[in-house]
Structure formats: structure tokens, C-alpha cells
Ligand binder design. Structure first.
Ligand SMILES: [Zn+2]
Length: 287
């Protein structure tokens, strides 16, 4: 872990209070010219219908995926490090566990504001991003290391579990199948510790409770909440930027049903049908 954390460059980030209107408002003299301008504007607005500033769930394909094909984007089969809508966390002022991590620029902008507020409330507590975007191949690495016994799951070498479905379910307690992870999307990230016990007391508990109360103000939701029946375990560290992630989730489901989300990895033929159950068993605030 990189312990040389940047000293709060986020303090320089001021929450945006601009409405954009103040600068544009000027006193105008009322005359025939103003009347015709107003008439013209009314005509144009009637012809064009309501302004294109609908709720975030109405984001179009272009805004969500850029030039990347939706099914490839949503299954992590593209390069986020060269995608124009992704930015590095390195110069964001947000503390990170290692260099080179990226997220969607919208996620980073919201996270900078959240981080600023958190440091204001708790200047003594370190808050960092532990893991951010993970493309298909890196999720495949995690999955297959567990599948093949290179990485133990709850102290167990999974090669001893012969039933492929049972083996998949064991990995699925905490790890997604490649092609089904929200970490592909640039909207989701893990903070501080990946150990549930960390959030039960002390600093971890302070962070968790602060996030539950304040993160929604910045557009973030806890995906794997406590007390769900089914799906992944409770993940108090995994947060998601809902304005992008909610429409992405609904696209993922539609494309999965159309068999357009495809993924090949160890055990995929036995386990890939489980994906929707895990992808959709999430906290209500993220839906
Ligand atoms: Zn996560």
C-alpha cells in the first residue's frame, strides 16, 4: 500500500455553489426588440418541447458508454484506461491505495465533493479508495485464482469442492463473475478495508455511519446492504455512483436477457446463469 498520502489537496476543492444563472443575468431595457426576442424564444421552445434536462435515468447511450458498444462496456470488455470518460484518481486529491486507478469522471467529481465534506467532519480519519475500476481480465484473474485453488476462499482450496455450482457459490460470496461486476462500469469502488469486522467498531464504524448518512447527498448508494436475502454478502466498503449505475444496471439486465452479455472463464458454463440473481440482489437505494 502506498502510505505517502497526499496531504488533503481536496481542501482546495470548493463545493460548487454556482447556479450558472447569476453570471448571465443582465439588466435589459424593455423595447420592441426585447418583445420580438421573447416571442422568438417562446416559439422555439414550443417547437422543441421541454428542455433536455431530464432525470439522470434518461441518460442516452452516448452519455453512458461513449463510443464503446454497450454490451462490451457493461461486461468490462474494453479498456477503461484509454476510454475518454474515465479519469485517474491520482491527481484528484482523493487518497488511494495504489497509483493508476481510474473511475468515470462523473464518479470522481462527486467523490471529490464527498471526500471534501468527510475531511471537514473528520480531519483525523484517513479515507481512501482501495479498489476502483476492474476490467474483465482482472476480474477473471481474481475469479480463476479462487476457482483453481491458487487463492483460498475462507481458508479452503476450492479444488476440493467438486460440484461446479457449489464451487461458484462459494466464490460468489464476495467476488463477481467476470462480465457481471459493477467494478467494470467506473461507477463503483471500494473504500478503506475489505474486512467486514473493520466496520463494526472504531474508525471503520465512524466511516460507515457517516457514509450511510451523507453519501446519498452526493449520489452514492451502498450496493450490498446488510440483511438482504441472497446475493453477495454485506459489503460496507462497496459504494456506487447511482446516476450512472442505475441506468447501466437496467441495460445490463436487458442485454443479459438478450444473451448479449457474454463471458468465458473457468466454470462459466456451469455458473453464468446465476449472474442475474447476484447482480440484482442489491440495496433498494441503488435500484
Ligand atoms: Zn467492490
Amino acid at each position: 500500500m502506498d502510505r505517502k498520502f497526499d496531504t488533503l489537496s481536496s481542501e482546495r476543492i470548493q463545493p460548487s455553489l454556482e447556479t450558472g444563472k447569476a453570471a448571465g443575468l443582465r439588466q435589459r431595457s424593455h423595447g420592441p426588440r426585447a418583445f420580438f426576442t421573447a416571442l422568438f424564444l417562446i416559439t422555439v421552445s414550443l417547437a422543441c418541447g421541454p428542455a433536455e434536462s431530464g432525470p439522470p435515468d434518461n441518460l442516452g447511450k452516448e452519455q453512458l458508454y461513449g463510443a464503446t458498444e454497450d454490451r462490451l462496456y457493461l461486461s468490462g470488455q474494453f479498456d477503461p484506461y484509454s476510454h475518454p470518460d474515465f479519469v485517474s484518481l491520482d491527481k484528484s486529491g482523493i487518497q488511494v491505495s495504489r497509483k493508476g486507478m481510474v473511475l468515470r469522471k462523473e464518479t470522481v467529481e462527486a467523490l471529490k465533493k464527498l471526500h471534501y465534506r468527510f475531511k471537514k467532519d473528520h480531519p483525523e480519519i484517513r479515507f481512501w479508495v482501495q479498489s476502483a475500476t476492474r476490467p474483465f481480465y482482472s476480474q477473471k484473474g481474481i475469479w480463476e485464482a479462487k476457482w483453481n485453488g491458487q487463492r483460498k476462499v475462507s481458508g479452503k482450496d476450492l479444488r476440493t469442492v467438486k460440484d461446479p455450482l457449489e464451487r461458484a457459490r462459494m466464490i460468489l460470496q464476495y467476488s463477481s463473475m467476470p462480465g457481471t461486476s459493477r467494478h467494470h462500469w467506473g461507477t463503483d469502488f471500494d473504500i478503506n478495508s475489505l474486512n467486514p469486522a473493520y466496520y463494526r467498531s472504531g474508525t471503520g464504524k465512524v466511516i460507515y455511519e457517516w457514509m450511510l448518512e451523507n453519501a446519498p447527498d452526493f449520489g452514492f448508494c451502498l450496493v450490498y446492504t446488510e440483511g438482504r436475502s441472497g446475493g453477495y454478502q454485506w459489503e460496507p466498503w462497496h459504494w456506487s455512483y447511482r446516476p450512472l449505475a442505475a441506468p447501466m444496471l437496467s441495460d445490463w439486465n436487458r442485454l443479459y436477457e438478450d444473451k448479449k452479455i457474454r463471458a468465458e472463464f473457468a466454470g462459466s458454463s456451469a455458473a453464468f446463469h446465476l449472474a442475474p440473481e447476484y447482480v440484482n440482489t442489491i440495496g433498494a437505494a441503488c435500484k
